[in-house]
Ligand binder design. Sequence first.
Ligand SMILES: [Fe+2]
Ligand SMILES: [Fe+2]
Length: 301
Amino acid sequence: MEGIKIAKGGSYLDKYKVSSHELSLLERGDGVEIMLQTIHESNIFYIYPSENKEVMEFFYLLSGELKGEIEGEEIILKENDYFSIKKLKSPVHFTALKDTKYLWVITEPIFKDVSEYIRKLKDIVYTVERKDRYTYMHSKRVAHYTVKVAQKLHLKKQQLEHAHLAAELHDVGKINISEDILNKPGKLTKDEFDLIKKHPGDGADMLANTYYKELAPIIIQHHERLDGSGYPYGLKEEEIRYEAKIIAVCDTFDAMTEDRTYRKAFTAEYAMEEIKSLAGIHYDPDIVAVFEEVLKEEGKL
Ligand SMILES: [Fe+2]
Ligand SMILES: [Fe+2]
């Protein structure tokens, strides 16, 4: 039925497993993640203060026994005990006295940092960036700018999270493009350019069947332009997702300010002027304006 999702015991969206513990992502949405953690007997784990002061974490013991030490005092937690954390000052450590299972709710997405699938995709991005001599760290920089711009534009938490991860993975589909084409010094032939044009779609396909499928439409649209001159679909204006419009600006700037096999890097000033001249034609004018502010704040202009 629409509006309700039922899952049977043992199912999960994603799972991370090592010898000492297991972490299953059960549900996620609106920046919140609900996980099931199993810590095997005699293993120690830490709860660290979050960088984000607004983050709340909640732990509910389903089975087992934990021993913790809080300000020199020992505490034992058993089944149905729970605790929550906000603005923690220093790490707290716990020892599992038995195999322990608890439900962990956090108001900031963290599972992507341990997700093997996401890690694999990031490794692919890294491989792509090494194939193409001049794009080292390109995706990281694009992600950095994207987050800065998205924050200034007050994107909702979930949208910001998706924009961030989509920016990091936006060129993952380039894995299917040969090194020769990526590094070709001269002009590309039509066939070669057609191959390049496939990378947004290929990247989207790599996420389409995962619990991060929301990233797919953003990734597929990062080369679309407001006037319909982009690819792969030639989408226009409102047909393009806002997150994709942000990535488009950050991506273009970063690509222009890096050396390429066929040309030297442009200066930040030149790249920004070029992007500004295409505001309203290729790029969203509000995003362009905010992006310029970000560059100024970072001392790049
Ligand atoms: Fe791209
Ligand atoms: Fe890119």
